[in-house]
Design a protein around this ligand. Structure first.
Ligand SMILES: *Cc1c(COP(=O)(O)O)cnc(C)c1O
Length: 410
């Protein structure tokens, strides 16, 4: 700030531009400061000229990180139990970043057949076009993944549970098969979050989260993260994010930090309600198939109890009336659940899919007319009451008359 003792006389216009804006040493609060910056300033030319040396842990340019970015990365590293965390503008951008940082033309990459639809589209439309060989494997393959590894295999992607069809993968088995062959394993851990699955402890090389979901928790921002213990991989990810110009807003980082404060209590409450809803739905005559791995009796429950801590706010089911008309009547009758994609927010959501998208290993039983519920923080009885009313709204006619328009949606 200019003062009387300032050796240079400055006019008012110039005074208005004076920085840097520093936090006064006497000031302290409980909230994370939002440091907005494209330009980062330097004390002298040597500091500017050597800025690249501080790229991984210092400040060079807004794109490469501000104190707010590093604060979020540090909290995520603590949550993941990982040494390093790189940030990305969205969950999908984090997945893309891993692919760009690790794969080159001629490489082979394996994806679980149950991956998030846009992950599959990204692989098919970007990786395959760049001369990278993309293969999809049976989500339940476990350690037999070893039979699919080639000398050119660089990366195996897991996603567990699958975000629509909820297959629980034997991630430790996959890690055990890949590690001796020098093949990296990346996991999209958005479903369970690191509170539900300790990906890094289970030997996963790259633990990816769409922070958009449980961490943000309020359906109002997009962010992604990649946690790893490998310093070299971390450097490659940060460098690639910079090359791609993949910017992360410090405002969104501050919101994600706020979300993290309540993540454990939200997840616990939402998981408890989800189990109540799943149990209630399973007892209804209108329900055919239902998947919620934390519920005893679920197809993935044995693996779930072996590897996961009790949590999860997402369930899928199909109606016995297997027509799109019945799905429409049911969904449109809901009043507490709002129609929308995504999950992990405080508001309960419903989404329905004519089909679960392309599969290379045969469609699962639930492939058509799948309904997915994301459970928020509403009272369980209000959600169950809403579902009960909506199930009653399905008319007898729609059980038999279908208006099928075959097309894939995701
Ligand atoms: C939502 C989601 C993503 C993508 O996250 P965005 O931030 O929306 O890009 C990736 N994987 C899974 C499993 C998701 O649910």
């Amino acid at each position: 700030m200019p003062s009387e003792s300032d050796p240079i006389f400055l006019r008012r216009e110039t005074q208005l531009l004076r920085g840097p804006f520093e936090v006064p040493p006497q000031f302290s609060s409980l909230s994370e400061a939002v440091h907005r910056a494209s330009t980062v300033t330097f004390d002298d030319l040597d500091a500017f000229a050597s800025r690249r040396e501080r790229f991984l842990n210092g400040y060079t340019y807004g794109l490469a990180g501000t104190p707010t970015h590093y604060a979020l990365a540090a909290r995520l590293a603590a949550l993941e139990g990982a040494a390093h965390v790189a940030l990305a503008p969205s969950g999908l951008a984090a997945i893309h970043l891993v692919n760009q940082a690790l794969l080159a033309p001629g490489d082979h990459v394996l994806f679980s057949d149950s991956v998030y639809g846009p992950t599959r589209s990204n692989a098919k439309e970007i990786l395959a076009r760049s001369g990278i060989e993309v293969e999809f494997y049976d989500p339940l393959i476990g350690s037999r993944i070893g039979t699919l590894l080639r000398p050119t295999t660089r990366l195996v992607w897991c996603e567990s549970p699958g975000s629509l069809t909820m297959e629980v993968q034997d991630v430790p088995g996959i890690v055990d098969a890949c590690r001796p062959r020098g093949v990296r394993v990346a996991l999209d851990n958005t479903w369970a979050s690191p509170l539900g699955f300790r990906a890094i402890d289970h030997g996963v090389d790259l633990s990816v989260q769409a922070l958009t979901k449980h961490v943000a928790g309020h359906s109002d921002l997009l962010l992604g993260s990649i946690a790893t213990n490998d310093a070299e991989l971390y450097g490659r990810l940060r460098n690639m994010a910079n090359l791609m110009g993949a910017n992360v807003s410090p405002d969104d980082c501050a919101l994600a930090i706020r979300g993290m404060a309540t993540l454990p209590v939200r997840l616990k409450a939402q998981s408890g309600t989800t189990l109540s809803v799943a149990r209630w739905l399973r007892g209804r005559s209108q329900i055919d198939w239902l998947a919620y791995p934390p519920m005893p009796g679920d197809a993935g429950h044995a693996l779930w109890t072996r590897d996961f801590l009790p949590c999860g706010a997402l369930l899928s089911f199909t109606l016995r009336a297997r027509t799109w008309n019945a799905v429409r009547e049911f969904v449109d009758a809901l009043r507490v659940f709002r129609i929308g994609a995504s999950f992990g927010g405080v508001n309960s959501l419903v989404a329905a899919y004519r089909d679960v998208g392309e599969r290379s290993h045969g469609g699962p039983a639930c492939a058509r007319h799948l309904i997915r519920l994301s459970i928020g923080l509403e009272h369980a009885d209000d959600l169950i009451g809403d579902l009960s009313r909506a199930l009653e709204a399905i008319t007898i006619e729609s059980e038999f008359t279908s208006s099928e328009i075959p097309h894939a949606s995701q």
